[in-house]
Design a protein around this ligand. Structure first.
Ligand code: HEM
Length: 222
């Protein structure tokens, strides 16, 4: 039987941001290594694959940002909903550029995206669940997303138009902003069970992203 020593009782829990990073490290590696992402990075993904990704992101961010709005309306936002992160208008601009003004009639939502959107609907106005999903997407966009933007620009000759999803014009410097985001995560007033729930739901969020990449790979990776 495991015995809790007095030292362990005194040991403070790691900050939530550190627990999230450690708790999703394996999932992050798996997502990075998915065939769709690898092809996007090495330039062998056809532009149609990226356009399809943008369409999936439109559905995902519409649901994520609706959840953010619900938390703000309910007063449960924990200072974690930032207007400067909002992505839906940028994705809509990208799709209009890439597909045309009638893009809404010409894009489809893949089954894995529908699952992801359904899970985001279940966030309701619950802060731990929102924190998990917002962390997974927004810190990813502010990190690896910046690399993906450079690759898309390099391989497909895109510049600004079509990849504005990765631009955060209201955020002057990404690194200090990410630090503030992590501070906000760490300042959330959560019980130990809620903290565990955040990390567990972030793992789910990564897996949902990976499933979207799998559907996209089936359609676009030869
Ligand atoms: C080619 C693909 C990717 C690359 C090269 C990449 C790269 C990176 C890098 C370098 C960081 C560290 C940034 C820092 O500490 O400031 C990071 C962090 C992160 N990435 Fe990715 N990433 C990729 C894909 C993804 C995907 C698909 C997701 C999830 C949808 C994701 C979510 C995250 C998150 C949440 C963080 C923050 C980790 C933390 O500090 O807590 N990344 N990524």
């Amino acid at each position: 039987m495991a015995v809790t020593t007095p030292d362990q009782l005194l040991e403070p829990a790691p900050p939530l941001s550190a627990a999230l990073r450690a708790g999703t490290r394996q999932e992050h590696e798996d997502a990075e290594r998915s065939a769709f992402v690898e092809h996007l990075v090495d330039g062998t993904l056809p532009l149609a694959g990226y356009v399809d990704l943008a369409a999936q992101q439109h559905a995902i961010y519409t649901a994520l940002e609706a959840a953010g709005d619900r938390l703000v309306a309910a007063g449960t936002h924990g200072d974690l909903v930032f207007p400067e992160l909002v992505r839906v208008p940028a994705i809509e601009k990208d799709l209009a550029f890439l597909v045309g003004a009638d893009w809404r009639a010409r894009v489809r939502v893949l089954p894995a995206t529908a699952d992801y959107v359904a899970r985001l609907g279940q966030v309701g106005d619950d802060l731990p669940r929102y924190a998990a999903h917002a962390y997974t997407r927004y810190l990813g966009d502010l990190s690896g997303g910046q690399i993906l933007q450079r690759m898309l620009e390099r391989h497909h000759g895109l510049a600004g138009d079509g990849v504005s999803f990765y631009d955060f014009p209201q955020i002057h410097k990404l690194k200090p902003f990410k630090d503030v985001y992590r501070e906000r995560l760490d300042a959330l007033d959560l019980t130990p069970a809620q903290r565990d729930e955040v990390v567990e739901e972030a793992r789910v969020a990564f897996r949902l992203n990976r499933a979207v990449f799998t559907d996209l790979a089936a359609a676009h990776v030869r």
